[in-house]
Ligand binder design. Structure first.
Ligand code: ACO
Length: 324
Protein backbone atom coordinates (compact mmCIF):
# COMPACT_ATOMS: atom_id res chain seq x y z
CA UNK A 1 0.00 0.00 0.00
CA UNK A 2 1.22 3.50 -0.84
CA UNK A 3 -0.16 7.00 -0.44
CA UNK A 4 -0.19 8.13 -4.09
CA UNK A 5 -0.07 11.86 -4.75
CA UNK A 6 -3.41 12.71 -6.38
CA UNK A 7 -3.33 16.50 -6.02
CA UNK A 8 -0.84 19.35 -5.60
CA UNK A 9 -1.15 23.04 -4.75
CA UNK A 10 1.08 25.92 -3.74
CA UNK A 11 1.04 29.58 -2.75
CA UNK A 12 3.61 32.33 -3.19
CA UNK A 13 3.09 35.87 -1.84
CA UNK A 14 2.55 38.58 -4.48
CA UNK A 15 5.45 40.74 -3.33
CA UNK A 16 8.66 39.95 -5.20
CA UNK A 17 12.05 41.09 -3.87
CA UNK A 18 14.80 40.95 -6.49
CA UNK A 19 18.54 40.74 -5.93
CA UNK A 20 18.79 44.37 -7.08
CA UNK A 21 16.25 45.31 -4.37
CA UNK A 22 18.46 43.58 -1.79
CA UNK A 23 21.56 45.35 -3.07
CA UNK A 24 19.90 48.60 -1.95
CA UNK A 25 19.59 47.25 1.64
CA UNK A 26 22.86 45.33 2.13
CA UNK A 27 26.31 45.30 0.48
CA UNK A 28 25.66 42.71 -2.22
CA UNK A 29 24.92 42.44 -5.95
CA UNK A 30 22.72 40.52 -8.37
CA UNK A 31 25.90 39.05 -9.88
CA UNK A 32 27.22 37.73 -6.51
CA UNK A 33 23.89 36.21 -5.46
CA UNK A 34 23.25 34.57 -8.87
CA UNK A 35 26.77 33.17 -9.07
CA UNK A 36 26.88 31.80 -5.49
CA UNK A 37 23.27 30.62 -5.14
CA UNK A 38 21.37 30.73 -8.46
CA UNK A 39 18.65 32.82 -6.76
CA UNK A 40 17.33 35.85 -8.69
CA UNK A 41 14.28 36.81 -6.66
CA UNK A 42 12.10 35.63 -3.78
CA UNK A 43 8.49 36.21 -2.63
CA UNK A 44 8.05 37.95 0.71
CA UNK A 45 4.74 37.82 2.58
CA UNK A 46 2.71 40.69 3.92
CA UNK A 47 3.02 39.45 7.50
CA UNK A 48 -0.32 40.88 8.64
CA UNK A 49 -2.27 38.90 6.02
CA UNK A 50 -0.06 36.20 4.54
CA UNK A 51 0.71 34.32 7.74
CA UNK A 52 2.16 30.82 7.62
CA UNK A 53 -1.28 29.35 8.37
CA UNK A 54 -2.96 31.49 5.71
CA UNK A 55 -0.49 30.40 3.02
CA UNK A 56 -0.76 26.76 4.15
CA UNK A 57 -4.57 27.00 3.88
CA UNK A 58 -4.54 28.43 0.35
CA UNK A 59 -1.98 25.85 -0.87
CA UNK A 60 -4.14 23.09 0.66
CA UNK A 61 -7.35 24.45 -0.93
CA UNK A 62 -5.60 24.44 -4.32
CA UNK A 63 -4.32 20.88 -3.80
CA UNK A 64 -7.77 19.63 -2.78
CA UNK A 65 -9.29 21.30 -5.88
CA UNK A 66 -6.56 19.74 -8.03
CA UNK A 67 -7.32 16.30 -6.58
CA UNK A 68 -11.05 16.82 -7.18
CA UNK A 69 -12.02 15.32 -3.82
CA UNK A 70 -14.58 16.32 -1.18
CA UNK A 71 -12.95 17.84 1.92
CA UNK A 72 -14.94 15.57 4.25
CA UNK A 73 -13.09 12.53 2.83
CA UNK A 74 -9.74 13.76 4.24
CA UNK A 75 -8.84 11.86 7.40
CA UNK A 76 -5.36 13.22 8.16
CA UNK A 77 -3.55 16.57 7.83
CA UNK A 78 0.16 16.80 8.64
CA UNK A 79 1.83 20.20 8.32
CA UNK A 80 5.57 20.90 8.38
CA UNK A 81 6.95 24.29 9.39
CA UNK A 82 9.75 25.96 11.33
CA UNK A 83 7.90 29.26 11.33
CA UNK A 84 4.37 28.71 12.73
CA UNK A 85 2.42 31.85 13.66
CA UNK A 86 1.57 30.56 17.14
CA UNK A 87 2.85 27.88 19.52
CA UNK A 88 -0.63 26.38 19.19
CA UNK A 89 -3.10 25.67 17.66
CA UNK A 90 -1.20 23.85 14.93
CA UNK A 91 -0.98 24.89 11.28
CA UNK A 92 -2.67 21.57 10.42
CA UNK A 93 -5.75 22.67 12.41
CA UNK A 94 -5.94 25.97 10.50
CA UNK A 95 -5.65 23.98 7.25
CA UNK A 96 -8.54 21.78 8.41
CA UNK A 97 -10.64 24.94 8.76
CA UNK A 98 -9.46 26.40 5.43
CA UNK A 99 -10.37 23.31 3.42
CA UNK A 100 -13.48 22.44 5.45
CA UNK A 101 -12.34 18.98 6.55
CA UNK A 102 -14.55 17.18 9.07
CA UNK A 103 -13.93 16.61 12.80
CA UNK A 104 -12.94 13.01 12.11
CA UNK A 105 -9.75 14.31 10.48
CA UNK A 106 -6.57 14.04 12.61
CA UNK A 107 -4.36 17.16 12.52
CA UNK A 108 -0.81 17.72 13.74
CA UNK A 109 2.43 19.51 12.83
CA UNK A 110 6.01 18.31 12.51
CA UNK A 111 9.13 20.45 12.74
CA UNK A 112 12.30 19.09 11.21
CA UNK A 113 13.51 22.35 9.59
CA UNK A 114 13.86 22.21 5.79
CA UNK A 115 13.52 18.39 5.63
CA UNK A 116 10.18 18.77 7.45
CA UNK A 117 7.98 18.21 4.41
CA UNK A 118 9.60 14.83 3.68
CA UNK A 119 9.24 13.93 7.39
CA UNK A 120 5.53 14.86 7.21
CA UNK A 121 5.13 12.92 3.93
CA UNK A 122 6.69 9.80 5.49
CA UNK A 123 4.50 10.16 8.59
CA UNK A 124 1.38 10.32 6.42
CA UNK A 125 2.65 7.33 4.40
CA UNK A 126 2.93 5.32 7.63
CA UNK A 127 -0.69 6.14 8.54
CA UNK A 128 -1.79 5.05 5.07
CA UNK A 129 0.33 1.88 4.99
CA UNK A 130 -1.03 0.81 8.38
CA UNK A 131 -4.63 1.45 7.28
CA UNK A 132 -5.24 4.29 9.78
CA UNK A 133 -5.80 6.88 7.03
CA UNK A 134 -7.00 6.75 3.44
CA UNK A 135 -6.67 10.35 2.33
CA UNK A 136 -4.12 12.78 3.77
CA UNK A 137 -2.92 16.33 3.16
CA UNK A 138 0.81 16.95 3.59
CA UNK A 139 1.61 20.65 3.84
CA UNK A 140 4.87 22.63 4.05
CA UNK A 141 4.56 26.35 4.84
CA UNK A 142 7.03 29.03 5.93
CA UNK A 143 7.43 32.74 6.56
CA UNK A 144 11.20 32.70 6.90
CA UNK A 145 11.31 36.44 6.16
CA UNK A 146 10.13 36.92 9.78
CA UNK A 147 13.33 35.28 11.04
CA UNK A 148 15.89 36.85 8.74
CA UNK A 149 18.20 39.64 9.83
CA UNK A 150 17.70 42.02 6.91
CA UNK A 151 21.08 43.65 7.68
CA UNK A 152 23.00 40.35 7.30
CA UNK A 153 23.98 39.79 3.67
CA UNK A 154 25.15 36.25 4.48
CA UNK A 155 21.59 35.06 5.19
CA UNK A 156 18.95 37.54 3.98
CA UNK A 157 19.68 36.84 0.31
CA UNK A 158 18.83 33.15 0.64
CA UNK A 159 15.29 32.85 1.91
CA UNK A 160 11.71 33.37 0.72
CA UNK A 161 8.16 32.66 1.90
CA UNK A 162 5.56 30.25 0.55
CA UNK A 163 3.58 27.05 0.98
CA UNK A 164 2.97 23.78 -0.84
CA UNK A 165 0.65 20.84 -0.32
CA UNK A 166 0.19 17.30 -1.62
CA UNK A 167 -2.96 15.18 -1.34
CA UNK A 168 -2.22 11.49 -0.74
CA UNK A 169 -4.64 8.65 -1.36
CA UNK A 170 -4.25 5.00 -0.36
CA UNK A 171 -3.52 2.93 -3.48
CA UNK A 172 -2.09 -0.46 -4.37
CA UNK A 173 1.67 -0.28 -4.89
CA UNK A 174 5.08 -0.60 -3.28
CA UNK A 175 5.51 1.46 -0.11
CA UNK A 176 7.72 4.57 -0.25
CA UNK A 177 11.36 3.73 0.58
CA UNK A 178 13.06 6.26 2.81
CA UNK A 179 15.98 7.17 5.05
CA UNK A 180 16.10 9.84 7.77
CA UNK A 181 19.33 10.99 9.45
CA UNK A 182 20.29 13.63 12.01
CA UNK A 183 23.37 14.99 13.77
CA UNK A 184 22.86 17.29 16.72
CA UNK A 185 26.64 17.19 17.28
CA UNK A 186 27.12 19.06 13.99
CA UNK A 187 24.03 21.24 14.49
CA UNK A 188 25.59 24.50 15.72
CA UNK A 189 26.09 25.80 12.17
CA UNK A 190 22.35 26.51 11.80
CA UNK A 191 20.43 27.94 14.72
CA UNK A 192 17.42 30.07 15.64
CA UNK A 193 16.75 30.61 19.36
CA UNK A 194 13.31 32.22 19.67
CA UNK A 195 9.88 32.38 18.09
CA UNK A 196 8.66 35.83 17.01
CA UNK A 197 6.22 37.36 19.51
CA UNK A 198 3.94 40.13 18.22
CA UNK A 199 4.02 41.99 21.59
CA UNK A 200 7.85 42.08 21.77
CA UNK A 201 8.64 43.69 18.41
CA UNK A 202 10.19 46.73 20.16
CA UNK A 203 12.53 44.59 22.29
CA UNK A 204 15.78 44.76 20.30
CA UNK A 205 17.63 42.04 22.24
CA UNK A 206 14.70 39.67 21.90
CA UNK A 207 14.34 40.40 18.18
CA UNK A 208 18.03 39.56 17.68
CA UNK A 209 17.42 36.16 19.27
CA UNK A 210 14.80 35.41 16.59
CA UNK A 211 17.32 35.81 13.75
CA UNK A 212 18.75 32.89 11.83
CA UNK A 213 22.37 32.19 12.76
CA UNK A 214 24.20 30.31 10.03
CA UNK A 215 27.76 29.28 9.20
CA UNK A 216 27.08 29.13 5.46
CA UNK A 217 30.24 27.30 4.40
CA UNK A 218 29.71 24.55 7.01
CA UNK A 219 26.10 24.06 5.91
CA UNK A 220 27.25 23.98 2.28
CA UNK A 221 29.91 21.33 3.01
CA UNK A 222 27.42 19.24 5.01
CA UNK A 223 24.88 19.37 2.19
CA UNK A 224 27.20 18.46 -0.68
CA UNK A 225 28.63 15.56 1.37
CA UNK A 226 25.48 14.05 2.88
CA UNK A 227 22.81 14.61 0.21
CA UNK A 228 24.52 12.51 -2.52
CA UNK A 229 25.25 9.80 0.10
CA UNK A 230 21.68 9.53 1.38
CA UNK A 231 20.33 9.46 -2.19
CA UNK A 232 22.72 6.62 -3.08
CA UNK A 233 21.67 4.76 0.07
CA UNK A 234 17.93 5.14 -0.56
CA UNK A 235 18.37 3.93 -4.16
CA UNK A 236 20.32 0.88 -2.91
CA UNK A 237 17.66 0.15 -0.32
CA UNK A 238 14.95 0.33 -2.98
CA UNK A 239 17.04 -1.79 -5.37
CA UNK A 240 16.73 0.86 -8.10
CA UNK A 241 19.46 2.32 -10.31
CA UNK A 242 19.90 6.10 -10.55
CA UNK A 243 19.38 5.75 -14.33
CA UNK A 244 15.81 4.55 -13.64
CA UNK A 245 14.92 7.80 -11.85
CA UNK A 246 12.92 10.38 -13.81
CA UNK A 247 13.34 13.25 -11.35
CA UNK A 248 15.59 14.04 -8.40
CA UNK A 249 13.44 16.62 -6.61
CA UNK A 250 15.76 18.20 -4.05
CA UNK A 251 15.31 20.89 -1.42
CA UNK A 252 15.69 24.23 -3.20
CA UNK A 253 18.43 25.93 -1.16
CA UNK A 254 21.26 26.68 -3.56
CA UNK A 255 21.83 25.78 -7.23
CA UNK A 256 25.48 24.97 -6.50
CA UNK A 257 24.42 22.34 -3.91
CA UNK A 258 22.07 20.73 -6.46
CA UNK A 259 24.76 20.87 -9.18
CA UNK A 260 27.36 19.29 -6.86
CA UNK A 261 24.87 16.53 -5.95
CA UNK A 262 24.16 15.74 -9.62
CA UNK A 263 27.89 15.65 -10.33
CA UNK A 264 28.65 13.30 -7.41
CA UNK A 265 25.84 10.98 -8.52
CA UNK A 266 27.17 11.20 -12.11
CA UNK A 267 23.69 12.19 -13.27
CA UNK A 268 22.62 14.74 -15.87
CA UNK A 269 21.62 18.02 -14.22
CA UNK A 270 18.47 18.09 -16.41
CA UNK A 271 16.98 15.47 -14.05
CA UNK A 272 17.32 17.93 -11.13
CA UNK A 273 14.51 20.49 -11.57
CA UNK A 274 14.99 23.88 -9.91
CA UNK A 275 12.60 26.62 -8.87
CA UNK A 276 14.89 28.42 -6.44
CA UNK A 277 15.76 31.06 -9.05
CA UNK A 278 12.32 32.59 -8.50
CA UNK A 279 11.60 31.61 -4.89
CA UNK A 280 14.80 31.44 -2.86
CA UNK A 281 14.92 28.83 -0.11
CA UNK A 282 11.37 28.33 1.22
CA UNK A 283 12.45 25.56 3.62
CA UNK A 284 9.75 22.90 4.13
CA UNK A 285 7.61 24.47 1.36
CA UNK A 286 10.22 24.03 -1.37
CA UNK A 287 9.62 20.40 -2.43
CA UNK A 288 5.79 20.31 -2.63
CA UNK A 289 5.78 23.74 -4.33
CA UNK A 290 8.27 22.57 -6.96
CA UNK A 291 6.24 19.40 -7.58
CA UNK A 292 3.13 21.55 -8.06
CA UNK A 293 4.91 23.69 -10.68
CA UNK A 294 6.17 20.55 -12.44
CA UNK A 295 2.70 19.02 -12.52
CA UNK A 296 1.17 22.19 -13.94
CA UNK A 297 3.82 22.59 -16.67
CA UNK A 298 3.51 18.91 -17.65
CA UNK A 299 6.92 17.65 -16.50
CA UNK A 300 5.56 15.53 -13.65
CA UNK A 301 3.40 12.69 -14.96
CA UNK A 302 1.91 9.54 -13.46
CA UNK A 303 4.20 6.53 -13.20
CA UNK A 304 7.44 8.51 -13.03
CA UNK A 305 10.05 7.37 -10.53
CA UNK A 306 10.97 10.09 -8.07
CA UNK A 307 13.75 10.60 -5.57
CA UNK A 308 13.31 13.48 -3.17
CA UNK A 309 15.87 14.65 -0.61
CA UNK A 310 16.32 17.53 1.79
CA UNK A 311 18.72 18.87 4.43
CA UNK A 312 18.69 21.54 7.08
CA UNK A 313 18.90 22.59 10.70
CA UNK A 314 19.36 19.99 13.39
CA UNK A 315 21.29 18.93 11.44
CA UNK A 316 18.71 16.73 9.74
CA UNK A 317 18.55 15.20 6.28
CA UNK A 318 16.25 12.73 4.60
CA UNK A 319 15.45 11.09 1.27
CA UNK A 320 12.59 9.09 -0.22
CA UNK A 321 12.02 7.03 -3.35
CA UNK A 322 8.51 6.55 -4.73
CA UNK A 323 6.49 6.21 -7.90
CA UNK A 324 4.41 9.30 -8.66
N1 ACO B 1 27.04 39.52 -1.20
C1 ACO B 1 28.35 39.76 -1.42
N2 ACO B 1 29.33 39.17 -0.70
C2 ACO B 1 28.96 38.29 0.24
C3 ACO B 1 27.61 37.98 0.51
C4 ACO B 1 26.63 38.65 -0.26
N3 ACO B 1 25.31 38.44 -0.09
N4 ACO B 1 27.56 37.08 1.51
C5 ACO B 1 28.82 36.80 1.85
N5 ACO B 1 29.68 37.54 1.10
C6 ACO B 1 31.13 37.56 1.13
C7 ACO B 1 31.69 37.05 2.44
O1 ACO B 1 31.74 38.09 3.39
C8 ACO B 1 33.05 36.57 2.02
O2 ACO B 1 33.91 37.68 1.91
P1 ACO B 1 35.46 37.55 2.40
O3 ACO B 1 36.05 36.50 1.49
O4 ACO B 1 35.96 38.91 2.18
O5 ACO B 1 35.37 37.11 3.83
C9 ACO B 1 32.83 36.04 0.60
O6 ACO B 1 31.62 36.65 0.14
C10 ACO B 1 32.71 34.54 0.52
O7 ACO B 1 31.80 34.12 1.54
P2 ACO B 1 31.39 32.62 1.71
O8 ACO B 1 30.50 32.50 2.90
O9 ACO B 1 32.62 31.75 1.65
O10 ACO B 1 30.57 32.37 0.38
P3 ACO B 1 30.01 31.03 -0.17
O11 ACO B 1 30.52 30.80 -1.53
O12 ACO B 1 30.15 29.91 0.83
O13 ACO B 1 28.47 31.37 -0.30
C11 ACO B 1 26.44 30.91 0.89
C12 ACO B 1 27.73 31.71 0.87
C13 ACO B 1 25.63 31.30 -0.36
C14 ACO B 1 25.66 31.29 2.13
C15 ACO B 1 26.77 29.40 0.84
O14 ACO B 1 27.73 29.10 1.82
C16 ACO B 1 25.55 28.55 1.06
O15 ACO B 1 24.62 28.55 0.28
N6 ACO B 1 25.54 27.75 2.13
C17 ACO B 1 24.43 26.86 2.43
C18 ACO B 1 23.34 27.67 3.10
C19 ACO B 1 22.03 26.94 3.17
O16 ACO B 1 21.64 26.24 2.27
N7 ACO B 1 21.33 27.17 4.27
C20 ACO B 1 20.00 26.71 4.44
C21 ACO B 1 19.95 25.42 5.13
S1 ACO B 1 18.34 24.84 5.19
C22 ACO B 1 17.54 25.33 6.64
O17 ACO B 1 17.35 24.53 7.51
C23 ACO B 1 17.05 26.72 6.78
Amino acid sequence: MIGKIIGLGSYLPDKVVTNDDLSRIVDTSDEWICERTGIRERHISDHKVETTSYMAGVAAQRAVADAGIEADTIDLIVAASTTPDTVFPTIACSVQKAVGASESCGCFDVNSACPGWIAAFLTAQSFIESGRARRALVVGAETLSNYVDWTDRGTCILFGDGAGCAVLEASEGDPVRSIMRSSCVRGDCLYCASMKQPDRLDDEEFIKSTYFQMAGRDVFRFAVTEVPKIITDVLNEAGVSSDDIDWFILHQANARIIEATAKKLKMDLSKFPMSLQGTGNTSSASIPSLMDVMKRDGRLVKGQKIVTASFGAGLTWDAAYFEY
